[in-house]
Ligand binder design. Sequence first.
Ligand code: DX5
Ligand code: ZN
Length: 218
Amino acid sequence: MKNIIIAPSILSADFANLEKEIRAIDVGGCDWVHIDVMDGSFVPPITIGDNIVKAIRPHTEKVLDVHLMVEHPDRQVEAFAKAGADIITIHQEACVHLERTLQLIRSLGCKAGVSLNPGTPLSTIKNVLHCVDLVLLMSVNPGYGGQSYIHAVTDKIAEARKMLDDAGSDAHLEVDGGVNAATVAEVCGAGADAIVAGSAVYNKPDYAVAMQELRELA
Ligand code: DX5
Ligand code: ZN
């Protein structure tokens, strides 16, 4: 059992009862609340906007971990910062001026995260680690909850752990997609300290029990 951060993704929550669903993971012992923002372009679905983040904010004091799967994230980060995000993560693949956008996130008072799709190499973020508070490795192709973990990403997690340690970075290493009771030990054993869990929490009858099980298996 490792001391890990558990960030349930509300993508798998009941959107008609979002207040209740947020409170349930909060009292159930989550560390962060992971919010998947999709724009219908970077990924096919459209999900959550800054207005929803603003609506959620009064209902939990937990860290709001906002994952922007959008084109032109530089145009969006200010709205999400104002809405109450604590961490804003952008995709390397969506950013021409990655360093500038990461610095912009920090200048807005948020922690800056950078995410990589499964097929994108770690070398693409090596030169921006000085302004990164979180690396989010996708272990599925983004867009949908409930997909299967891509085992080829496990070596990448270990490589990322080494890259952050070698750089003297204390950035979190978070893994997103297909993390559940069957895969959490592999993910955390490779060096992740934070996990996103959508269906592995919200598709279970008792969210607290589901999170505790993930902690024990990590
Ligand atoms: C996928 C999202 C994930 C997703 C994870 O594009 O970024 O956060 O909700 O869902 P599970 O844990 O069900 O794979
Ligand atoms: Zn996500």
